[in-house]
Design a protein around this ligand. Structure first.
Ligand SMILES: NC(=O)C1=CN([C@@H]2O[C@H](COP(=O)(O)OP(=O)(O)OC[C@H]3O[C@@H](n4cnc5c(N)ncnc54)[C@H](O)[C@@H]3O)[C@@H](O)[C@H]2O)[C@@H](O)CC1
Ligand SMILES: [K+]
Length: 479
């Protein structure tokens, strides 16, 4: 599991730890870890050209102390101080003593074999200032290592409001910051290395499940299991106009761990033709028979409102997707109040904007994509439901405030029907008894892995390819 903590949590853990340590201990721990990662990125340290971009806070201090360590090993280090009068005094003195020298020449950025971005870390406020902003655009030939956070990325959210430095590697201290795991910030962070500095941290508000975490969540049938005990998932999807969404949602559901899939809707004939193992009826969720979770909405067409209401009237968990989300946005959060079982919403950015409109917030898909964590949390709190926000780095937010991010996906997943497969898969995991936060984050992980398997080594895929690859993705975790 990767844990990410907020700036406020890091600050208070640092304060508690620093109270019992000699001054500068934490910065030395950070600088030692940072220098070790930098040394590993250079073919050899001796003779390499290193440029430090140093702001005037402790982030600049970390960068200067790390550069001093590299200078002592023979690197030719220059420091570009963004505000020379306020540069971190101890860090600068250490660098000068080790043979480094200050420079005001911006070409040093372009020439360097390695650039250390120590402009601003968790103390950043607002968009990069004029002295720092041009470095976001300057060409360079060497690698760029961000110190703690790429400057210009909001550490708490991953939002990027203006120019930001694009790192090859980010070396973060004490814990991950949410902004390193969530797009667009994650795209600026590159490969993230965590350097422990001994912080005692509270539970993380943002987590990223790793393979072993997901493997531990996935249901395994016992000797006594049968199809009903493993869980039955109901899929209410598809319409005469959009039968394909039903076929794809059922394809995802069949590979999601439930023992059986019950389908209801107007695409029963197509579903059975493609998936003969499906139990089908045209009667709607109210009369379809017993299930442990419902999936409603993909390709729902004009029936979406009735189907949504019927599913919500059952006492089992409901996953709401696609057309049913549009209906829910129209009905507003009161449609979910008082349910005895949880609800999982799976919007893409456009549907999320509609759901926000249902909460009285005027926004659009582009704004949602730039504020992924904030949007998922707002929807989870506003609707009292778990929310899986699709897109680059999927964000899952629980109404209790916890959030998870998933980055197993690939751009090849942006294909028609991919979301239908995901909703079937997540609904199936719900039916096996997983809590919505676990079902959604495991589904996002598996879906991303399946996309990678299907697209490897890099070619377009269809949603059916993706559904077929879920088996391999699951098997790769079970090994
Ligand atoms: N507090 C601690 O004990 C530790 C802190 N560490 C480092 O210290 C950093 C935090 O240091 P600080 O609290 O001094 O804050 P930062 O150094 O992150 O940022 C503050 C500095 O950046 C400038 N700044 C703020 N917003 C800016 C913007 N938009 N554009 C350009 N410059 C801007 C401020 O004028 C100030 O000089 C961490 O990110 C980490 O790198 C590490 O050394 C580990 C220990
Ligand atoms: K930085």
């Amino acid at each position: 599991m990767r844990h990410a903590h907020t700036v406020e949590q890091v600050r208070s853990a640092e304060a508690a730890l620093m109270a019992g340590l000699p001054e500068g201990t934490l910065m030395q721990r950070a600088a030692a870890g940072l220098a070790a990662v930098c040394a590993g990125l250079l073919p050899r340290v001796y003779g390499s050209r290193v440029l430090v971009l140093a702001g005037s806070g402790d982030n600049g201090g970390d960068a200067l102390f790390a550069a001093a360590r590299l200078a002592r090993r023979g690197a030719r280090v220059e420091a570009l101080l963004l505000d020379p009068a306020k540069a971190h005094a101890g860090g600068l003195a250490a660098l000068l003593a080790a043979g480094g020298r200050p420079t005001a020449d911006r070409d040093a950025f372009t020439r360097a074999d390695l650039v250390l971005d120590g402009i601003v870390g968790i103390g950043g406020r607002g968009p990069l200032r004029p002295a720092a902003a041009p470095f976001a655009e300057l060409p360079r030939r060497g690698r760029l290592v961000a110190v703690d956070v790429p400057s210009g990325v909001d550490p708490d959210t991953g939002e990027v409001a203006g120019p930001a430095l694009r790192a090859d590697v980010t070396v973060c201290f004490g814990t991950h910051k949410p902004g390193l795991l969530i797009d667009p910030g994650a795209q600026y962070a590159g490969v993230v290395h965590l350097v422990g500095i001994g912080l005692d941290l509270p539970p993380a508000p943002v987590e990223a499940l790793q393979r072993a975490d997901v493997a531990a969540l996935l249901p395994v049938p016992g000797a006594e299991s049968d199809k009903y005990r493993r869980g039955v998932v109901g899929v209410a999807a598809g319409s005469a106009r959009y039968p394909g969404a039903a076929v794809l949602a059922v394809a995802g559901a069949l590979r999601g761990g439930a023992g059986a899939v019950r389908y209801t809707g107007h695409a029963a004939a197509e579903v059975v033709r493609r998936h003969p193992e499906t139990l089908v009826t045209e009667d709607g969720p109210a009369r379809a028979g017993k299930v442990q979770a419902w999936v409603v909405g993909p390709g729902g067409g004009t029936d979406a409102e009735r189907t949504l209401r019927e599913a919500l009237d059952t006492g089992v968990p409901v996953l709401v997707d696609a057309d049913a989300l549009t209906e829910l946005a129209r009905l507003g959060p009161s449609a979910l109040s008082g349910r005895p079982a949880p609800v999982l919403l799976t919007p893409h950015a456009g549907e999320a904007a509609r759901l926000l409109a249902g909460l009285g917030e005027d926004t659009d898909a582009t704004a949602v994509a730039g504020r992924r964590l904030r949007t998922a949390r707002r929807l989870a709190a506003g609707y009292g439901a778990t929310v899986l926000l699709k897109g680059s780095t999927t964000v899952v937010a629980d109404p209790d405030g916890r959030a998870r991010v998933n980055s197993t996906g690939t751009g090849w997943l942006g294909t028609a029907g991919s979301g239908d497969v995901l909703s079937g898969l997540a609904g199936s995991l719900l039916a096996t008894g997983l809590a919505p936060l676990d079902a959604a984050s495991a589904a996002a992980h598996l879906h991303g892995l399946a996309g990678r398997h299907a697209a490897a080594p890099g070619a377009p895929i269809t949603a059916l390819d993706l559904a077929a690859a879920l088996h391999r993705a699951w098997a790769s975790l079970a090994q």
